[in-house]
Design a protein around this ligand. Structure first.
Ligand code: MOS
Length: 732
C-alpha cells in the first residue's frame, strides 16, 4: 500500500482496541522469566557448545603472533578461530569497522579469537591460555586534543538522522554581530554506553550452507543483509530469529561480533555455538554514543526574538565513521532568519561511535536547551515564554514546508500550568528547604518522526483467529501489543483472538526498532496487510469490499453477517502487504514535541543533586496504547536524568579504552533516584504520518530532559554547568 494522500477515516479510528491502555501481552512471559532471550534458546538447536570471545588488549596496532597450542589442548575445547586464521572480513553496510579477521587492531577489545568448548567455563579458561603478541602503535584518544583537526562531514548515523556537513541560511555572522543581546557558549557531553540489560548474544547453527542465528537484534533485515555480506554467503542462506530483545537502545541496531563469531565458531566446531559478549566487551567491543563539543551562538533583539542561531558540533569516531548529529533539532526547533549548523568529525582510535538512545537530538538538546535558558535570562524573559515567542509553524530552513503537526506551545503552556511553574523564583539560589537548594527547570522536547516502509503477513483461520507475522522486533517497547491491537481493530476481533509472531527474518521485512520509528511504521504495515485481508474475505463471500464491516468476529454487508471463521474456511485466508511512503511525506516536516519540566534539590553542603519531580507533556500523534507509551516515556525521562547527572564512559587517554566498562562503574539511575514522574499526552492525530495517524514517542521522552535538569540545577544554585554529567564536584 502506497501512503501518499492524507489519511481519511478508517477502521483504526473506531478506537475500540487501539488507543486503549492495555497491558502488554508479553508482560506475563517477561515478568515470570519465561520469555526466552537469545542465550536461553536451549532447544533452538541440539548439542549446543559454548563460545567465548577473546578481545584485543591494545587499542591500535597489529597482532604479530598468537600461540593457541595450550588452549587447543585444554579440556573440553572443540575449536579455536583466531583473527590470524581468516582474512579481514568484509564489513557490514551498517558497520564502521570490520568485526573480525586479519592482524590489524583498530580499537581496544576488538575481537581477535573465538574459543569453542563443551562448557562456558572451559571456553573462558582456554581463551585465557592464548598468548598474543602485539606491535602497539600510538593512537588518538582525546577528543578535546583532536578537535582542532576535526573536518566538516555529513551526518549519517545509519539511523535516520542525517544532516549535511554545513548549512547556512541568511547571514549568520552579520546578524550575530549586529544583535544587542547574544550568547556564545560551549557545552560538552561525554561518551556514553547503551547499558542495556541483555548483552549481545547469539546461538549459531549451520545446516550445510544455511546459517541460522538466534540472536538479539533490533533490525532483522539489516542484520540478515550484513551477515551475508560479512560472511560472503547469499542472503537467502541466512536466517535471524530475535523474538525477545532485552533492551537495545541503538546498541543492537547493527551486526556485531557475537553473531559473526558464533557463526565462525559453529562452522569450525561442526556444532551449534552459543555466545554472549561479556559486560566489559559490550562497552569496548560494540558501539557507544560519542562525546561532543558543541558551540552555540544565539542572538536576539531586545524584544526577545531570535535573529541568529548557530550550532556547531564536534565529535570523534574511527576513520570512516560518522559524527553525532547533535545539530539536528537546531535546524527545526526555533524561528530565526540567520542560521548556521555544522558537524565536524575528529578521527579517534576509540571503539566505534554510533547510534544510542535518540542519537543527535539527545545530546544536542542538552546543549541547545541550556543555551536557550541562558539567553532567556540575558533577555530578562521567562524561559517558557522565550521559547513560545520563538516558535515556528514552518520549517525554518524551508519556509514553504509546514510541520504536519506542531504543538510545542501547547506542551509548554499545559506543562507550566500542571507543574506549578508560576511558583518558580526566576532568581537562582533563592529557595531553600533545610539543607536542600530547590530549583525548577524547563526544556523543549523534540525528535523527528521518521518514515520507513514496513511489511506484514496476516492469516485468518477457521476458528476466526488472526495471526500476524512480521520481522518487527519488540525491544521492551510494546510492539507485540500494539501490533495485536492494530490487527484486532482492523479485523473486528477481540485482542485474545490475535497471535503476533515477531523477529524472524522468514517473516516480511518491517521497519524494525530504531529512531522511535517502530510503532507508527510497523503498525501501518499491519494495517496495510489487514486491508488486503479484509478485501480477500469480502471477495470470497461475494461482498462489496467497500461496504463490508468487520465487527464482533463477523463480516457484515447489507443484511448478511458471516462469522470470520466460517468465511476463512478450513484452508484459511492469508494476505501480505507493506506500507510505503510517497511524495506526501516530503511536503511536510514531521516531528514530535514535548515540554519537559524538572524540579531538583541540590544539597547545599555536598552538591549532591536529587530529582524531586518530573513532568513531560508530549504531542506525538495518536497514542496507540497510552500505558505502553507512558512506560516508554518514563523510561526515556529516566535516561535523561542519567545523561544529566551520572552517565559517562571514562576514557583512558593513554591506552585508549573505556575504563568503567561494567554496571558497577558505569552509573545509571535506579528506582530510588526517580521519585515522581508524570506524563501527559496531548490529544493529537496526524493524518500525514500514516493511516495509523500515529508517530514515534519513545525517544521524545529523552530529548530535552538533560537540559531541563541542568536548568533546574542552575535555578537551585546559580551555578551554570556546561560540562555533562553534572556531578557534585562541579557544584562545590
Ligand atoms: Mo536507536 S538509538 O535504537 O533509536
Amino acid at each position: 500500500m502506497k501512503f501518499d494522500t492524507p489519511a481519511t477515516r478508517n477502521p483504526i479510528d473506531q478506537l475500540k482496541v487501539i488507543g486503549q491502555p492495555l497491558d502488554r501481552i508479553d508482560g506475563p512471559r517477561k515478568t515470570t522469566g519465561t520469555a526466552p532471550y537469545a542465550y536461553e534458546r536451549h532447544d533452538a538447536a541440539p548439542n549446543q557448545a559454548y563460545g567465548y570471545v577473546l578481545a584485543a588488549g591494545i587499542a591500535r596496532g597489529r597482532v604479530t603472533a598468537m600461540d593457541t597450542a595450550a588452549a587447543r589442548r585444554a579440556r573440553g575445547v572443540l575449536a579455536i578461530v583466531t583473527t590470524l586464521d581468516v582474512p579481514r572480513l568484509e564489513k557490514g553496510r551498517m558497520n564502521t569497522a570490520s568485526l573480525f579477521g586479519g592482524p590489524e587492531v583498530q580499537h581496544y577489545h576488538q575481537a581477535i579469537a573465538v574459543v569453542v568448548a563443551e562448557s562456558f567455563e572451559q571456553a573462558r579458561d582456554a581463551a585465557a591460555m592464548i598468548r598474543v603478541d602485539y606491535a602497539r602503535q600510538p593512537g588518538r584518544f582525546d577528543l578535546a586534543a583532536e578537535a582542532r583537526n576535526a573536518k566538516l562531514v555529513p551526518g549519517d548515523s545509519g539511523e535516520g538522522s542525517g544532516a549535511p556537513p554545513e548549512d547556512r541560511f541568511g547571514d549568520f555572522e552579520g546578524a550575530f554581530a549586529a544583535a544587542p543581546v547574544k550568547l556564545d557558549e560551549t557545552y560538552t557531553t561525554p561518551d556514553e554506553s547503551h547499558a542495556m540489560m541483555e548483552p549481545h548474544a547469539t546461538i549459531a547453527a549451520w545446516e550445510g550452507e544455511r546459517l541460522t542465528l538466534w540472536t538479539s537484534n533490533q533490525m532483522i533485515a539489516w542484520g540478515k543483509r550484513d551477515v551475508a555480506k560479512t560472511l560472503g554467503i547469499p542472503p537467502e542462506n541466512v536466517r535471524l530469529d530475535s523474538p525477545y530483545v532485552g533492551g537495545g537502545f541503538g546498541g543492537k541496531l547493527f551486526l556485531r561480533a557475537d553473531a559473526v563469531l558464533a557463526a565462525l565458531g559453529a562452522r569450525a566446531a561442526g556444532r551449534p555455538v552459543k555466545l554472549a559478549l561479556t559486560r566489559p566487551q559490550v562497552a569496548n567491543n560494540t558501539t557507544h554514543r560519542p562525546a561532543t563539543i558543541q558551540r552555540i551562538r544565539l542572538a536576539a533583539g531586545r524584544d526577545g526574538r531570535l535573529t541568529a542561531i548557530a550550532h556547531e558540533s564536534i565529535s570523534g569516531d574511527l576513520p570512516g565513521g560518522g559524527p553525532e548529529t547533535a545539530v539536528a533539532q537546531t535546524k527545526l526547533l526555533y524561528a530565526g532568519a540567520n542560521r548556521l549548523t555544522a558537524l565536524r568529525l575528529a578521527e579517534l582510535d576509540l571503539p566505534e561511535g554510533n547510534a544510542m538512545r535518540a542519537p543527535g537530538e539527545a545530546p544536542g538538546m542538552m546543549a541547545l536547551e541550556v543555551a536557550m535558558d541562558e539567553m532567556a535570562e540575558r533577555l530578562g524573559l521567562d524561559p517558557v515564554e522565550f521559547r513560545i515567542l520563538n516558535d515556528t509553524q514552518m520549517d525554518p530552513e524551508h519556509p514553504e514546508r509546514p510541520f504536519s503537526q506542531r504543538q510545542l506551545v501547547q506542551c509548554l503552556r499545559l506543562g507550566a500550568e500542571r507543574f506549578g511553574w508560576a511558583g518558580r523564583n526566576a532568581r537562582p539560589g533563592q529557595r531553600r528547604e533545610g539543607r536542600w537548594l530547590v530549583g525548577m527547570g524547563v526544556a523543549a522536547g523534540f525528535r523527528n518522526n521518521l518514515l520507513m516502509k514496513s511489511g506484514a503477513r496476516v492469516r485468518l483461520d477457521a476458528q476466526g483467529a488472526v495471526t500476524v507475522e512480521t520481522d518487527m522486533t519488540d525491544i521492551g517497547t510494546g510492539s507485540y501489543t500494539i501490533i495485536a491491537q492494530t490487527a484486532a481493530e482492523m479485523m473486528g476481533v477481540p485482542l485474545e483472538k490475535v497471535a503476533v509472531r515477531l523477529g524472524d527474518s522468514d517473516f516480511p521485512a518491517s521497519a524494525g526498532s530504531g529512531g522511535q520509528w517502530g510503532a507508527n511504521n510497523s503498525t501501518a504495515g499491519v494495517y496495510a496487510a489487514c486491508v488486503k485481508l479484509r478485501d480477500e474475505v469480502a471477495r470470497k463471500l461475494g461482498f462489496n469490499s467497500a461496504e463490508a464491516e468487520f465487527v464482533d468476529g463477523h463480516v457484515r454487508a447489507g443484511n448478511r453477517a458471516v462469522p470470520l471463521g466460517e468465511a476463512a474456511g478450513q484452508e484459511g485466508i492469508v494476505a501480505e502487504d507493506q506500507i510505503e511512503y510517497g511524495e506526501l511525506a516530503k511536503r511536510y516536516q514531521q516531528s514530535t514535541f514535548a515540554g519537559h519540566f524538572v524540579e531538583v534539590g541540590v544539597d547545599a553542603a555536598t552538591g549532591e543533586t536529587r530529582i524531586r519531580r518530573m513532568l513531560a507533556v508530549c504531542a506525538a500523534g495518536r497514542i496507540l496504547n497510552p500505558k505502553s507509551a507512558r512506560s516508554q516515556v518514563i523510561g526515556a525521562m529516566t535516561m535523561g536524568v542519567g545523561a544529566a547527572l551520572m552517565e559517562e564512559l571514562a576514557v583512558d587517554k593513554r591506552l585508549g579504552f573505556f575504563v568503567n566498562h561494567d554496571l558497577a562503574g558505569y552509573e545509571v539511575p535506579v528506582h530510588a533516584d526517580i521519585p515522581h514522574q508524570e506524563v501527559i499526552f496531548l490529544d493529537e492525530v496526524d493524518p500525514i504520518s500514516s493511516p495509523m495517524k500515529a508517530k514515534g514517542v519513545g525517544e521524545l521522552g529523552l530529548c530535552g530532559v538533560g537540559g531541563a535538569v541542568a536548568n533546574a540545577i542552575y535555578n537551585a544554585t546559580g551555578i551554570r554547568v556546561r560540562d555533562y554529567p553534572i556531578t557534585l564536584d562541579k557544584l562545590i
